[in-house]
Write a new protein. Sequence first.
Length: 143
Amino acid sequence: MTRDEWALRRRVQYHLRKAMRAAVGRPMQWGRDDCALFHGDVHLAATGFDPCSAYRGRYRTMRGAHRVLGRGGLPKALRAVARRQGWCRVKAVNARIGDVGLVPVGCAVAVVVCVRRGEWVGRNEAGFSIVTSEAVRMAWTIA
């Protein structure tokens, strides 16, 4: 790992832990603090790039999020961001701090961020959830 990559991952880790503390006991709000924007806010604070800029402020409900994301939904939107940023696909078990993934949630998917090797965090209705790499269906490395 290069010095720049190490510094990037440390910044992401710092902002991710800060976001996790802020989410405890606070209900999720669609369009302001949902699974995608949770990741987007962390990434924006750590890198200055907002992966959610095309969607931010354009919806207030789950239905609105589905409408704004359009056909292909969150997986298609995340793949497009990954392509623009030059993020590469990675196996979830090989992911490092700050890498981004998708997990199935009922009949939908949610964005999760690798918080440490083998553990991913995602925003939920009452705070956040930790899932293992086995639950992650697609993942991208941010460096």
